[in-house]
Design a protein around this ligand. Structure first.
Ligand code: NAI
Ligand code: COI
Ligand code: MG
Length: 360
């Protein structure tokens, strides 16, 4: 099979973890006889430096032409005080919107080998296996009006959270379809005791649930969900929620997995006639300026995102399983980076990438 992949390493540790993810793609292609065509592109801070904009038109064109896009992370401290429209993160929001990847799938599970890497008690997190389905192209990150205007005491910042019935229904259906292949439970997370968007969200989720009578639906308020995630994580199977809530809750979920460096994600949009999904694949974490350039970032979230790409955009289940099995075996062998607090000497980012390739 031809695998035409756009690679957007981005900023900070994005470049380091993406390098290892690409090595894994090369290893898989070599082993399973696929023709890999990689194209490099610019997104985020590096794109601002080289072109003046975080999401160059050329990158949009390359993404549209590729079968799938692999992304590291964006964000540089030098832009921390820049207005949102001139920040690297705007590039990320832009590519998600342009590709129409409305469903961000973020699996969170506890590996046996990492049970002591989490600060939470073993018996609480053992058996955790959920997928957070985050709506990705709507909500408060995109709503208008937005901006800061005025000055002095009346200077005002505005953001708008808005959702249409159609946007809620399509992410709801995605969640229910996933639940059907899992433990058949959807937890819909909202703030319907306060927000009108959440009231519509809840109403539409109930309507969609009628199409899936075999799947249980529960509603959880987001503040309670934040607590339940660490108190009783095994009660969750599929968690579906809006953009910002999903962003926040998935970082909390990282504590269950042992490190945010462990979490992969698949952002998917339309399903093409071939059955392949339009997809953008990226680890959940950011550019981690505090550890960038030190060859110590955990690349497993990025490598797990490669497995997700093989599954969703190419339908290559055997290859995806080979990558996931390699992750498991490397964890079992204790070949991990410092964030996972190994008993022995931690491996570097590159060494973990090499260990994964050797295990495939
Ligand atoms: N998808 C993306 O491109 C995202 C970008 N960001 C951006 O990244 C920048 C930094 O944001 P932060 O809030 O610090 O979040 P972050 O996720 O980059 O880092 C949070 C903490 O987790 C650690 N960490 C993250 N990934 C790791 C890995 N693979 N291995 C080991 N440790 C890891 C970091 O060292 C840091 O202590 C900001 O500019 C932010 O906007 C943040 C989240 C997602
Ligand atoms: C620019 C942000 C929305 C990125 C982020 O934190 C995420 O997608 O998890
Ligand atoms: Mg985030």
């Amino acid at each position: 099979m031809n695998l035409n992949i756009l690679v957007l390493p981005g900023d900070g540790i994005g470049t380091e973890v993406t390098r290892e993810a690409v090595r894994v793609l090369q290893r898989v292609s070599e082993k399973y006889n696929h023709t890999l065509r990689l194209t490099d592109g610019l997104l985020g801070g590096i794109a601002i430096h080289k072109t003046g904009t975080p999401f160059p038109d050329e990158t949009a064109k390359l993404a549209a032409d590729a079968d799938a896009t692999l992304l590291g992370a964006v964000g540089l401290p030098e832009f921390d005080n820049a207005p949102p429209a001139q920040r690297p993160e705007r590039g990320l929001l832009g590519i998600r919107k342009v590709l129409g990847v409305y469903a961000n799938l973020r699996p969170v599970r506890t590996y046996k080998a990492l049970i002591d890497s989490s600060p939470l008690k073993n018996e609480r997190i053992e058996g955790t296996d959920m997928i957070i389905v985050r709506e990705l192209t709507g909500g408060i990150y995109y709503g208008t009006p937005r901006g800061v205007e005025g000055s002095g005491d009346t200077e005002r910042g505005t953001n708008t959270m808005t959702y249409t019935r159609a946007e809620i229904a399509r992410i709801g259906r995605m969640a229910f379809h996933l639940a059907r292949k899992r433990r058949k439970k959807v937890s819909s997370v909202d703030k319907s005791n306060v927000l009108e968007t959440s009231q519509l969200w809840r109403k539409v989720m109930v309507e969609v649930s009628a199409e899936f009578p075999d799947v249980e639906l529960e509603h959880v308020l987001v503040d309670n969900c934040a607590m339940q995630l660490v108190l009783n994580p095994t009660r969750f199977d599929v968690v579906v929620t809006e953009n910002m809530f999903g962003d926040i809750l998935s970082d909390e979920g990282a504590v269950l997995a042992g490190s945010i460096g462990m979490l992969p994600s698949a952002s998917i949009g339309e399903q093409k006639p071939s059955g392949a999904w339009v997809g953008l694949y990226e680890p959940v974490h950011g550019s981690a300026p505090d550890i960038a350039g030190q060859n110590k970032a955990n690349p497993l979230g990025a490598i797990g995102s490669v497995a997700a790409m093989l599954e969703y955009s190419f339908g290559l289940m055997e290859e995806a399983t080979a990558v996931n099995n390699a992750i498991e075996s490397v964890l079992n062998a204790g070949q991990v980076t410092a964030d996972l607090k190994p008993k022995g000497t931690p491996l570097t980012t590159e060494q973990v990438g090499a260990a994964i390739c050797a295990a495939i």
